[in-house]
Design a protein around this ligand. Sequence first.
Ligand code: ZN
Length: 337
Amino acid sequence: MEKLYCKRIFPYLALIRIPYLSFGGETAFSNVYLIIDKELVLIDAGPWRSSYFDILSSSLDQLGLSVGDISRIIYTHAHPDHMGGGIELNKHQEFSHSIYWEAQKQVEKYGHYATRVKSISKQIFFNHLSLYPAEKDIYSNVIDSFWRPTCGEIEIVHSLYDGEIVSTGKLKFEVVFTPGHSPWDISLWEEKTATLFSGDFLLRKSTTLTGGLKGFGSDLKAYESSLQKIGKYLAKAKCVFPSHGPSIMSCSNLADDLSRTIRWREHRILQGLSKKNQRTDLMNTLLSSNQGPLALVRQLGVTLTHLEKLEKEGRVLRSQDGEEIFYEIPQCKYQAN
Ligand SMILES: [Zn+2]
């Protein structure tokens, strides 16, 4: 079994990190947070993997607890690296699964949802990989691994609403609807401890975005509204706990920093497209080809999300020629002589 990463951060909180994707020496982890209160609650379950139950139960064992003590799992959003573990746990005992109410409709039959999004994700990704046919297998593996499992069901017992308070005993978690990374993300704010659990909405250094997924992916406009909405919580937060990467201790400028990153990326994309002043191939202009598959998948997701926003705003035009997709900046047709 893999080496365990399990750490008691506060008396009321433990972090368990679960690996999910490994390619070219790079491994991605998901953070699972265990709230230790009158009730034992997981915030996100992490990804599916065959050793999942052993990893979780050994981690809880280290804390002097057991999986059987967990009563509820709250999912920050419906991505497989956050929900897959819930399917696996479900095989061993019944839990109360909670997710944002609009996501509930999509994920009740989780297998159907995962299969559908996997096929869209592959199709969109391959459309943009026409220049790299030889590498399709590698990227196919990344997408297949990410959207596994394609079977299994989760019955959402409790759907969550914006502003709802979920009590675990002494702690009270406010559900804050913060869409943008996915259509149905929530963050959880705990006033007494001044902590925010941000899922994939706020990460320490960057945003994680997955564009091009036909309504299932990221939406930059919604994301920017969520950044504004979360500002008042960040102003008083002592710590933000994201579902990937390290916790964030200095939080007050986080939303501003992420907004700046978004504006900088947008500027870079427009600059890249305008320099050549012609239909420009996405992969050549915006992405460097010498990256590992995980980084490339992430970077393509971010770039597509930006392009979708610019396209909606009429600032970028998209066209397709056979298998290839082109983007260009619309030119003013009627220039003064
Ligand atoms: Zn996600």
